[in-house]
Design a protein around this ligand. Structure first.
Ligand code: PLP
Length: 393
């Protein structure tokens, strides 16, 4: 018996563990230190009331013979697929309900979609990167190459025609950099993918944070994208469903490779390995897309945005370079005074009692950078910004 040897090629991710150990060590030495966490990667605002109400109704339905639901459709209930299609349509983007596949979240889909592609394909990921893109490919032995993100390209790498890639990951607005592509830039990526016969795996998990009208909220706003792009999205970051688990991916009708429609392969895959997202959760997700749900979501997103504004204003005052914060819950800052990511982590903890995430944990191009998030409370975020402003000012 042989194990999957590719697991030996995975790099251990010590990032969040090391952050936790260092923070705990500091707290032990300074038990009274009032530490503020600006490294939080999860949403913190409670669920929209509309979603909770809908889930309660759906729960009660299960008490009756007529309302009871057993296994649902593999691809999601029609009511939710139609609501998601309407969500795209409300922004003028055409995605038909039958092209939408509901799941338990974007992370699962992003990993599972790889079942459709041969191991011999080359994968292009941005650096710094959401680690799931790399690890899911390393686990099956696929070659990974990197598109370097840096200050010169505003942490938004563009295609290099000398590099051949079969699968291309794009995350916009990006985790960890918060940077987001314009429609023109995404148009270049779509043209590159079409030229190379590649497929773009487009992660739109943070699209709801976009406020700037020149930025695309879906890859399907871009001409030619329906023939070469799969989009992943989620109810985690907009409706706060990180605990409820619901997301979707889109496989358009035009996405056909070697005569095979990828949507057919995906349905075959899902119907073999997956039994669908829970009915009650899908009713909650449907409510998130209702007018009432969208209004309540806007309040939560506004809350995070206000925090991001406070952090951004502090960095502006200090003259520190950063990306994100405007169309994203993430702020990706350059470590001041040429400090390394971990050096800055230690200094920030020691002098300001603020915890963030060292950029180099997200890839080599993250060296010398640092990620802050807007998921703490107004009070704590303002206090953290005040401390940072005073120490580095
Ligand atoms: N994509 C990105 C870029 C993320 O940062 C995350 C979660 O943090 C996900 C996807 C996962 O989303 P979900 O909760 O829907 O699995």
């Amino acid at each position: 018996m042989k194990l999957n040897g590719f697991y030996d090629d995975l790099k251990d991710s010590y990032l969040f563990h090391t952050v936790a150990v260092k923070t705990a060590g500091y707290k032990e030495k300074h038990p009274d230190a009032d530490i503020i966490k600006l490294g939080i990667g999860d949403v913190t605002r409670p669920l929209p009331e509309a979603c909770v109400k809908a889930m309660k109704v759906a729960c009660d339905e299960q008490l009756t013979v007529e309302g009871f639901r057993g296994y649902g459709p593999y691809e999601g209930f029609d009511f939710l697929r139609t609501a998601i299609s309407g969500y795209y349509a409300s922004r003028g983007t055409k995605v038909a309900a039958h092209e939408i596949y509901v799941s338990d979240g974007a992370k699962s889909d992003i990993g599972n979609i790889l079942d459709l592609f041969d191991r011999d394909n080359t994968v292009l990921v941005p650096d710094p990167v959401y680690p799931v893109y790399v690890d899911t490919n390393v686990m099956c032995g696929r070659r990974v190459i990197y598109a370097g993100a840096n200050e010169k390209n505003g942490f938004l790498p563009m295609p290099d025609r000398a590099a051949d890639a079969d699968l291309i990951y794009i995350c916009s607005p990006n985790n960890p950099t918060g940077a987001a592509y314009t429609r023109e830039a995404l148009g270049e990526w779509v043209r590159y993918a079409a030229e190379k016969g590649a497929v773009i795996l487009y992660d739109a998990a943070y699209e709801a944070f976009i406020t700037d009208g020149s930025l695309a909220r879906s890859i399907y706003e871009i001409d030619g994208s329906r023939a070469c792009c799969i989009e992943f999205c989620s109810f985690s970051k907009n409706a706060g469903f990180t605990g409820e688990r619901c997301g979707w991916c889109v496989l358009p009708d035009e996405l056909v490779i070697g005569g095979k429609k990828l949507a057919d392969m995906w349905l075959r895959r899902q119907s073999t390995r997956y039994n669908g997202a829970p009915y009650v959760i899908q009713r909650g997700a449907e409510a998130a897309l209702s007018a009432e749900g969208q209004t309540q979501i806007a309040v939560n997103l506004g809350y995070y945005k206000k925090n991001a504004d406070v952090i951004g204003a502090c960095l502006d005052r200090l003259g520190i370079y950063y990306t994100g914060g405007v169309n994203s819950p993430y702020i990706w800052m350059k470590c001041p005074d040429g400090l390394g990511s971990w050096e800055f982590f230690d200094l920030l903890l020691d002098k300001c009692r603020v915890v963030g995430t060292p950029g180099e944990g997200f890839g080599a191009c993250g060296k010398g950078y640092f990620r802050l998030t807007s998921f703490n409370t107004h009070e704590k975020t303002a206090e953290a910004a005040d401390r940072i402003g005073k120490y580095f000012g």
